[in-house]
Design a protein around this ligand. Structure first.
Ligand SMILES: [Zn+2]
Length: 250
């Protein structure tokens, strides 16, 4: 038979008292669990939103500096066009003062070269402008997303604060109550309780027998075993799930 620390010697706390303490502790920690479930995923959701907002803000800062760089590039290309234009004017003026055809042709080549430079600059300006437009659009979408997330964050934080303030006093009261009950339970049993609780999906380490079944895993408990549980002379655990069993009248 599966039991936990079965005998209580004279002068020690009786098994029944220990079972009662375990069951009391279970009820209190279950209340704490309920509060935490109520608070639920909110702290995590708040954290996720804060991370997302930080990411969006970084993206926007990067986009702004990229757009500024493109703008500087465009200005530089415009200056190059201006310089090339001045050179062309200069060469054209020189062409009216040439001594021979060779000099004239050479100036014509220079003018052609500067004209090509201007075309190249204009092409680059169109490329930079298109790139700027794309980045501005991404920036606009990111800014919109950022505003939305900031709104979400404010709402979640308000929700969380409300739940925390509503439940904080109650949680503190339950925590000190559970500490007080823990002093009534020996270390070995308390360790077992915590271990079983940790492994149990619903946080239940102590369960009652209900409709001839374990209240934790709902497997049937044989009548003889139920009698043993009712006698409260031994600490009996469920042979299927390992939870500590108490009778429903406890
Ligand atoms: Zn069970």
């Amino acid at each position: 038979m599966a039991t936990l620390d079965s005998k209580a010697s004279a002068g020690e706390v009786s098994v029944e008292e220990r079972l009662q303490a375990l069951f009391d502790l279970q009820k209190v920690v279950s209340e704490i669990d309920k509060i935490r479930t109520l608070r639920g995923e909110l702290p995590l959701e708040v954290q996720d939103l804060e991370d997302e907002i930080e990411g969006l803000e970084t993206r926007l800062t990067n986009l702004e500096s990229e757009i500024k760089k493109l703008n500087d590039n465009i200005l530089a290309k415009k200056n190059e066009i201006k310089d090339a234009g001045l050179l062309i004017k200069k060469y054209e003026a020189q062409q009216s003062n040439v001594r021979n055809n060779r000099e004239y042709d050479s100036l014509t080549k220079e003018i052609e070269f500067q004209t090509l430079e201007i075309e190249l600059c204009e092409k680059r300006i169109r490329e930079f402008t298109a790139e700027m437009k794309t980045k501005s659009e991404i920036g606009e979408a990111s800014r919109k997303q950022l505003d939305e997330r900031k709104g979400d964050l404010a709402a979640k934080k308000a929700e969380l604060n409300e739940i925390v303030s509503e439940t904080q006093v109650e949680e503190e009261r339950l925590k000190s109550k559970s500490k007080e009950i823990e002093t009534r339970i020996d270390d070995r049993l308390l360790t077992a309780f915590k271990r079983i609780r940790k492994n149990a999906r619903n946080g239940l380490a102590v369960v009652t027998v209900a409709r001839d079944a374990c209240g934790g895993c709902f497997n049937k408990i044989p009548p003889q075993r139920q009698l043993d549980i009712q006698l409260r002379k031994k600490i009996i655990v469920c042979e299927y799930c390992g939870r500590i069993l108490v009778d429903g009248q406890m």
